[in-house]
Design a protein around this ligand. Structure first.
Ligand code: TYD
Length: 211
């Protein structure tokens, strides 16, 4: 699988502030003159939005394999319709979640064979892997508390703390395996401090990405 220049992802557990920081980085790069597409998974397309509803509805009792394949159905559409065309035009694409979420949630937390997930990655997004990933890391219970405050309760937020701890460990494992791609950021800091860390990394690694 190969990494795509200009493709950046944000990953992390529930409540780690990914969507805020995705927005922050998109604005920052736009101010430097880049064309930026800001997107998210599951979703990012009309079909993806419909699949997202199925995935997050708390009343849907879903088989792990159904869940996995729905994430990949959403991703296949997202890659073909949005991500690959934007990268081809030298836009920067910033996504709130991508394949690392599948490895962490469906692989490490649900227990689906990682080889199966890798095979699906190879089919759905062989050349569309991020060149840089920000992993917003923090204590699971603190993250879940933040989401409760925001009155957010989807099918995943209702999972036990142990499930989310397995997700967090899964993300750590990915970061250990690919330290040149995945940068761990302490997301328990204030929003401003997280943003300024991201800005520093952007200065080192992103501003000149197409030069
Ligand atoms: P969302 O409301 O976007 O949550 P968050 O703000 O935490 O990103 O819901 C997405 C949920 O889907 C989230 O709980 C993580 C889960 N998910 C997976 O389990 N596998 C995946 O491949 C992706 C992209 C997300």
């Amino acid at each position: 699988m190969s990494r795509a220049k200009g493709f950046i992802s944000f990953e992390g557990i529930e409540g780690s502030g990914k969507s805020t920081q995705t927005k922050f980085l998109a604005g920052l790069l736009q101010s430097k003159g880049h064309n930026v597409i800001q997107t998210a998974e599951p979703g990012g397309t009309r079909i993806g939005g419909e699949i997202r509803k199925l995935l997050l509805e708390p009343q849907n009792h879903m088989e792990p394999l159904t869940e996995l394949l729905l994430y990949y159905a959403s991703r296949a559409q997202h890659v073909q319709e949005v991500i690959a065309p934007a990268l081809k035009q030298n836009s920067i694409v910033i996504t709130d979640r991508y394949t690392d979420s599948t490895v962490a949630y469906q692989g490490h937390a649900r227990g689906i064979d990682l080889n199966l997930i890798n095979n699906l990655n190879n089919i759905v997004a062989p050349d569309v892997q991020p060149c840089l990933t920000f992993l917003l890391d923090m204590d699971v219970e603190e993250g879940l508390k933040r989401n409760k405050k925001a009155l957010k309760e989807d099918r995943f937020e209702l999972e036990a703390v142990e499930f989310h701890n397995r997700v967090r460990k899964g993300f750590h494992k990915i970061a250990n395996e690919e330290p040149d791609r995945v940068i761990i950021i302490d997301a328990s800091q204030s929003e401003e401090d997280v943003s300024s860390e991201i800005q520093k990394i952007a200065e080192e690694k992103i501003y000149n990405i197409f030069n």
